[in-house]
Design a protein around this ligand. Structure first.
Ligand SMILES: C[S@@+](CC[C@H](N)C(=O)[O-])C[C@H]1O[C@@H](n2cnc3c(N)ncnc32)[C@H](O)[C@@H]1O
Length: 255
């Protein structure tokens, strides 16, 4: 299996510890509090296997998921069979073709950190902004430079963890190196997925270069792209964002 296919195949297992119901409860709470338009149609940018897209559709929204990875979109489409109000589109989020048709957008689980240079980040924000109606909310999470710096030793210590879902076990080995001058983290991740009934072990690497942001930078790039900052949180439990938060959840509104 190709690396990209392995990641898509096992994605839901690898992240099965996440509480997607609670994350979508958070989305709905934020939409009630911050949106200036009634929310019927939601865009999920960098949707992966569509875990939020599908949950939003089950809750009655019309949901569209977009991802640049064919393997992710295929995995998402397989899960969407029988759901009429959901669609998955293979596209680059820096160049979306939608025009003011969505009432809200999300980009969850570090999607924004994939846009490492200012040019691609601005293209991404502009592209999402074009897809949204005025007054619509855009919710995303990313890494906070200040919080990661405070925990540098923790992040740069090689780390292994173990996950279990159904009949599969997964071992995650990660090694991070952070370049604070460039504001990026290089994460080398190796997954070993053990499929017990098939007696198979699938080992694959997933290396990432992730941009770290200050809130000031994000606010600036959002404003340049036609968004205002509404709220920030540390996580999807809605804890307040502080200088110790490694991650930041941003709620922006299209102006
Ligand atoms: C960590 S996954 C997050 C998936 C999902 N949002 C979630 O919460 O589980 C990041 C996703 O962003 C996608 N992605 C990265 N760059 C992209 C781009 N330029 N356009 C669209 N999707 C992109 C990747 O293919 C991947 O599926």
């Amino acid at each position: 299996m190709l690396k990209d296919e392995s990641y898509a195949t096992y994605y839901d297992l690898l992240y099965s510890h996440r509480n997607i119901q609670a994350e979508v409860d958070f989305i709905e709470k934020v939409l009630r509090e911050c949106s200036l338009v009634p929310v019927k149609k939601v865009l999920d940018v960098g949707c992966g296997t569509g875990i939020h897209t599908l949950e939003l559709a089950k809750r009655g929204y019309t949901a569209v998921g977009v991802d640049v990875s064919p393997a992710m979109i295929e995995a998402a489409r397989r899960k969407a069979v029988g759901l009429p109000n959901v669609e998955f589109v293979l596209a680059d989020a820096t160049n979306l073709k939608f025009d003011r048709e969505f009432d809200a957008a999300i980009a969850f689980y570090g999607v924004v950190s994939y846009f490492r240079d200012d040019d691609s980040l601005l293209k991404f924000f502009n592209s999402v902004r074009r897809a949204l109606k005025k007054g619509a909310v855009f919710i995303f999470d990313t890494w906070s430079l200040v919080g990661v710096q405070a925990k540098r030793v923790y992040y740069e210590t090689p780390f292994s963890s173990f996950r279990k879902a159904g009949s599969m076990l997964a071992i995650k080995e990660e090694n991070w190196r952070i370049d604070f001058l460039e504001e990026v983290a290089y994460a080398e991740i190796q997954w070993s997925v053990i499929d017990l009934p098939r007696n198979e072990i699938n080992v694959f690497k997933h290396d990432l270069t992730l941009r770290l942001f200050t809130l000031r930078e994000l606010t600036h790039f959002l404003y340049e792209s036609g968004f205002e900052l509404c709220k920030t949180y540390e996580d999807y439990a809605g804890r307040p964002f502080t200088e110790n938060s490694s991650e930041i959840v941003v709620v922006a509104r299209a102006i």
